[in-house]
Ligand binder design. Structure first.
Ligand code: SAM
Length: 275
């Protein structure tokens, strides 16, 4: 039996490669990689040249079995383009196939954009909800965000530069009063951390921003709800109504989001002006 090493790699700064990752990538004969050209650069940087085999999200079952056959002949590593394999990245299917075939699977911990972003929020939490990449369609995205409204811990999402503005608009609809921490280009030259509300983030990222983003939304347990105005609560009610909620569900969800007393939310929900 062989060992499949699941190796986390840098999310931008090549110096973040671990000593152990270097040792394992030097020792194995084969590395399964999401994009062999991207991984070749990293391997060149650390001065090793194992055989590279491609492994992406559309890898066929036959190809996976061929990789498992190769694993029988010696230990193998799997890497993705950046960060930890299997986290919004390929890797899990090969892990499952290797486990099924009776091989050992060992993780080599290291960079991951989720954990890096959460680590600099400064918020105390016992849990978090990772949403990965949010659905692209507006309605589906709003539903996903609304479903996360009760999460007591931070809610984390990955986002690309060309969708960040639309996503922030939707977050502003769903979580108008929550604090956000938005990490752009972590570990890279243009690294930036934004802290504020969604409306402030929209103003901050007004020009088409470049780079990769992690959005962290403060959890329901931490929202500062005591000073919400009637207008703000009505806005939340209006957005929920627009998303098809009504009656008791509408009021309950608005209470979860705003933390305002149920009776006050109920009274505001009766307003004819509610859009
Ligand atoms: N497996 C990776 C991990 O462990 O973080 C995630 C891969 S996922 C395909 C890529 C997304 O992760 C990007 O679109 C972005 O949302 C986030 N990401 C990756 N690197 C980042 C960085 N340096 N700064 C900010 N976000 C990053």
């Amino acid at each position: 039996m062989s060992t499949l090493y699941v190796v986390a790699t840098p999310i931008g700064n090549l110096s973040d490669i671990s000593q152990r990752a270097k040792e394992v990538l030097s020792a194995v004969t084969t590395v399964a990689a999401e994009d062999t050209r991207v991984s070749r650069k990293l391997l060149n940087h650390i001065g090793v040249s194992p055989r590279l085999e491609s492994l992406h999200e559309h890898t066929s079952p036959e190809r996976l079995q061929a990789l498992v056959k190769k694993l029988e002949t010696g230990d193998m590593a799997v890497v993705s383009d950046a960060g930890t394999p299997g986290i919004s990245d390929p890797g899990s299917a090969l892990v499952a196939a290797a486990v099924e075939a009776g091989h050992d699977v060992i993780p080599l911990p290291g960079p991951s954009a989720i954990v890096s972003a959460l680590s600099i929020t400064g918020w105390t939490f016992e849990r978090f909800l990772f949403l990965g990449f949010l659905p692209r369609k507006k309605n589906e995205q709003l539903t996903t965000l609304n479903n996360a409204a009760q999460e007591p811990g931070p809610v984390v999402a990955y986002e690309s530069p060309h969708r960040i503005k639309a996503t922030l608009e939707n977050i502003n609809q769903t979580f108008p009063v929550r604090q956000l921490v938005i990490c752009r280009e972590l570990t890279k030259f243009y690294e930036e951390t934004f802290r504020g509300t969604a409306a402030e983030a929209i103003a901050h990222f007004d020009k088409q921003p470049k780079g990769e983003f992690v959005i962290v939304i403060q959890g329901a347990g931490k929202a500062t709800n005591t000073e919400l105005s009637d207008d703000e609560i009505s806005k939340v009610l209006g957005n929920l109504k627009e998303n098809g909620l009504s009656g008791r569900t509408l009021v309950e969800r608005a209470v979860e989001i705003t933390g305002a007393p149920k009776n006050r939310v109920y009274q505001l929900s009766l307003s004819k002006d509610l859009k």
